[in-house]
Design a protein. Structure first.
Length: 884
């Protein structure tokens, strides 16, 4: 058996060797004849020259067909315009195949062409003529040297170019075969193989990117037309049925490409879209089944063809890649029409429904074009607010949660759907009802979250009317009813302003919590005041209680306005420290977060305030000179205040300017160290101490009580300035004035009657009763300076001189009045004219050197008198002139 097999193999091998040898011999014998006849016949029919580096006849390479093998083939294109011809075809090897028996008949007809490593550049020239028509027509078809039945390629690269429309197509194929009937009229072929589309571009703009698949097409071309009468294209795992017609038109070639498929993958369908249309879907991951119909129709000249897509989606799923927000169970129908540039001309969504978490959304949408687009939509939803906004790519909110219920209708014209602007929304008629349940919102540029938001809003255009909105801001509950103007652009676009025109109410507001820093890491009194740039207010507010550290205000009513970060509160009324305050406030925060300070201006009227409680609530106004532990009484005041306020709620005391007209009733000052320092100073004074009960004085100065006190206090240049005032107290009557700097430097001036020090015991009486004080007598003038913690004392000659000048001027006026009335018997009537008989005026003059009037020169004082000895003021040397 093995011997028989061996014999068979030997016979077959011998036959093979003989056959190969015979073929080689035949090829050698007929090579010259075939070259002459076949190449000569081809040259007669070609319209363009063909260059080859070498050619040979092979009966083995393409067996059982005989082949004329051409090496390094180059064929130029045919052009009818003025552009020099370029290469139409370049191939490493080109096989012109014919029947082996034609060698013996001498009639050689090419039936097949096979090429390797081919570069093919078909196209249309500037006149619209095909550059690949390189074959001369001949009515005598029987003499034609080519009767093609099949063309095949290995490693094919194709570039199609239309010079008129500037359309370019680049494609590749590793293996492609065309078969059928090639004729001088219409050729009907089949095409099978792989296809790798690299790009489709027009005028340098990419229309389609890279695609890969396999093709099985029925083709027909000729007479300037090209058709795919039936075809199947497998793109990945997605099969499409396609047809194509490329026909001459009145202004060039017209294209009509149609494709459809059933049960296609949603992501694969999106990949088929032109790159311009596909870009808007790049941020989504997609799944689902699509029934698809595509049509790409239009002239290749001018703008080019337009794309229209019809799709029906079932069981779809779309996930926004960045946020992870997803919609599932998506059902709906889509009709999309795109311009040649990939811009939406018409979009229609019908019977859309989807789920997100435990929520749903349904709706219909129709829009025409992108410029001045007619838009009509009807949307209903009940779903998580965060899912919707993140899926839609709305990034104006940093934090969002809660539930949205909405029934919204849109109708109108949108300027540009590809580039919407806030002003465009004014052209839309937006209506419907929206409700938020337990929502939390943190808008970019706004420092704090709005939490536990419950609201029902009636939408009308860009505005919303809200009734009973309830929310918490940093733990402070608020209620608002009114109008939220420009709400829709504010939510959808950055840097849009929200205008709140409403009435607001709150049970309690913690101002310190509102001013805490945004990072939440601040502790204690670390605040950051930044007014929002995108919110405008016109709010009539009622607040039952407002607290800020130790400060508490109740029954607050105010009109609050804010625009461009300038806050105005006027009028404003509230109760605090058992009293009432009426006033206004203006804070200019236009400098924003980068500003070092904000100008603050306050005007206020204070009525019947408990001074001790006021100082406690304001933490002694940031100073230690006099505090809540020292003061009591009821105050009335008018205050005008201006100062820069830093974002961390600190006043610039060097630039602070404040005027306070204050009246204090039933007041007391207890345990004030500077008053006690006066008693300590007098105790050490050897001239006064022997005559004064300094212990009693210190006791009284430790608890000074007075019935009424009035003065105007000014704060400026980093100091508190107190003009001269008289304090009638249980201790003594004191005149005082002074300046207290914020760095605790002091410059105080005070004086009191010496007799007040002598009578610190029980009131004196004589046999006629209590001795009345006539207000005269020598006074002690003290200058207190240095620092509040370590005051120093000196005699105050300047204050004494000022006191004497003032007293002298008063006595001079009194003397004039006496002279007019008592001596001359004349008075000044109420009209200011003199009464009399018109006699000449009488003059009385006292000279300082008159011995009759002034007496002898006063001797220098001794003892206690030295404390009050001053140089005579020049006013005392003046003449007193009374004219009548």
């Amino acid at each position: 058996m093995l011997r028989r097999i061996r014999k068979i193999l030997l016979v077959l091998s011998a036959l093979l060797v003989v056959s190969v040898a015979a073929l080689l011999i035949l090829a050698k014998v007929y090579e010259t004849e075939v070259k002459v006849k076949l190449v000569g016949a081809l040259n007669e029919r070609l319209l363009t020259p063909v260059t080859v580096s070498d050619m040979d006849l092979t009966l083995i390479a393409r067996f059982p067909m005989a082949s004329m093998r051409l090496h390094d083939v180059k064929v130029d294109e045919v052009r009818t315009d003025s552009v020099p011809p370029d290469t139409l075809l370049a191939a490493k090897e080109l096989f012109l195949e014919f029947n082996l028996w034609d060698l013996f008949d001498g009639d050689y007809r090419v039936q097949r062409i096979h090429a390797k490593e081919v570069r093919l550049n078909p196209g249309l020239d500037g006149n619209g003529a095909e550059n690949y028509l390189i074959w001369k027509s001949d009515s005598n078809s029987t003499s034609a040297p080519i009767a093609l039945e099949q063309v095949s390629f290995d490693d094919l690269t194709v570039r199609y170019r239309d010079a008129s429309s500037q359309v370019e197509v680049f494609a590749m194929s590793s293996e492609l075969e065309l078969g059928g009937r090639f004729g001088e009229g219409m050729s009907e072929l089949t095409m099978k193989g792989d296809a790798h589309l690299l790009s489709v571009a027009r005028k340098g703009e990419l229309l389609l990117g890279e695609r890969q698949g396999r093709v099985d097409l029925a083709l027909a071309f000729g007479e300037g037309a090209f058709h795919i009468t039936k075809g199947e294209v497998l793109l990945g795992a997605m099969p499409l049925n396609i047809t194509l017609a490329l026909t001459p038109g009145s202004k060039g070639n017209d294209l009509d490409l149609r494709a459809n498929g059933l049960g296609l993958d949603l992501a694969g369908v999106v990949e088929l879209l032109p790159d311009g249309a596909r870009a808007s879907f790049d941020r989504f991951g997609m799944q689902g089944n699509v029934d698809l119909a595509i049509r790409y129709v239009g002239p290749l000249e001018g703008e080019g063809p337009a794309l229209s897509v019809g799709a029906k989606l079932t069981k779809g799923r779309m996930k926004e890649k960045k946020s992870g927000a997803a919609f599932t169970d998506i059902f709906g129908e889509l009709a999309l029409e795109l311009s040649p540039a990939g811009v939406v001309r018409k979009l229609k969504v019908k019977d859309l429904s989807a789920r997100s978490g435990d929520g749903t959304i349904t709706g219909d949408w129709i829009s025409t074009g992108t410029k001045k687009a007619m838009v009509k939509a009807d949307i209903q939803c009940d779903l998580g607010l965060a899912d919707l906004l993140r899926f839609a790519g709305v990034d104006t909110l940093e934090q969002v949660s809660g539930r949205l219920r909405a029934d919204i209708r849109l109708d109108g014209i949108l300027r540009d759907m590809a580039d919407p602007r806030p002003s465009d929304l004014r052209q839309l008629k937006i209506s419907g009802v929206t409700a938020l349940d337990d929502a939390t919102l943190k808008v970019k540029g706004i420092r704090h979250r709005v939490e536990h938001l419950h609201a029902e809003l009636a939408i009308s255009g860009n505005d919303a009317t809200v009734r009973g909105l309830k929310a918490e801001v940093q733990g402070s509950p608020i209620e608002i009813s009114g109008t939220l103007r420009n709400l829709v652009p504010f939510v959808l676009f950055e840097k849009e302003h929200l205008v709140i025109e409403a009435r607001g109410r709150s049970q309690r507001i913690d101002l310190a919590a509102l001013l805490q820093r945004e990072d939440g890491l601040a502790t204690g009194k670390d605040y950051a005041l930044v007014l929002p740039a995108t919110i405008e207010l016109d709010l009539k507010a009622q607040v039952e209680e407002l607290v800020f550290e130790e400060f508490t205000a109740t029954d607050i009513s105010a009109t609050i306005r804010m625009k461009d970060r300038v806050l105005r509160v006027s009028p404003m009324a509230f109760n605090t420290a058992d009293g009432a305050v009426l006033g206004s406030l203006r804070l200019d925060g236009s400098g924003g977060a980068t500003a070092s300070s904000y100008p603050l201006a306050i005007e206020a009227t204070i009525k019947d305030i408990d001074v001790k409680a006021l100082f406690r609530e304001f933490q002694d106004f940031g100073q230690t000179f006099i505090g809540q532990q020292h003061l009591s009484g009821r105050a009335h005041a008018n205050i005008t205040f201006q100062a820069p306020l830093s974002p961390d709620m600190k006043l610039d005391r060097d630039q602070l300017v404040c005027t306070i007209d204050i009246a204090l009733d039933n007041g007391s000052i207890k345990g004030h160290q500077q008053l006690l320092a006066v008693a300590d100073h007098l105790r050490k004074n050897k001239l006064v101490a022997p005559f004064v009960d300094t212990e009693e004085l210190r006791k009284r100065l430790a608890d000074v009580r007075f019935a009424h006190l009035e003065n105007r206090i000014e704060i400026r240049d980093g100091a508190v300035h107190v003009p001269v005032m008289e304090v009638k107290s249980n201790a003594m009557d004191i005149e005082l004035s002074g300046t207290h700097w914020f760095d605790d430097r002091i410059d105080h001036h005070l004086n009191f009657r010496l007799s007040d020090l002598f009578k610190l015991g029980d009131p004196r009486e004589d046999e006629f009763g209590p001795i009345a004080d006539d207000g005269t007598g020598m006074r002690v003038f003290l200058h207190m300076y240095g620092t509040a913690g370590a005051p120093q004392f000196a005699n105050d000659g300047a204050m004494a001189a000022t006191k004497r000048r003032k007293q002298f001027q008063q006595e001079k006026q009194e003397l004039r009045a006496i002279l007019r009335e008592d001596i001359f018997g004349r008075k000044t009537d109420s009209s200011g004219t003199r009464a009399g008989n018109g006699e000449a005026p009488v003059k009385i003059v006292w000279e300082d050197d008159s011995t009759n009037i002034a007496g002898a020169q006063a001797k220098p004082r001794k003892g206690l008198g030295r404390l009050f000895q001053e140089e005579k003021d020049k006013d005392e040397q003046e003449r007193i002139k009374v004219e009548d």
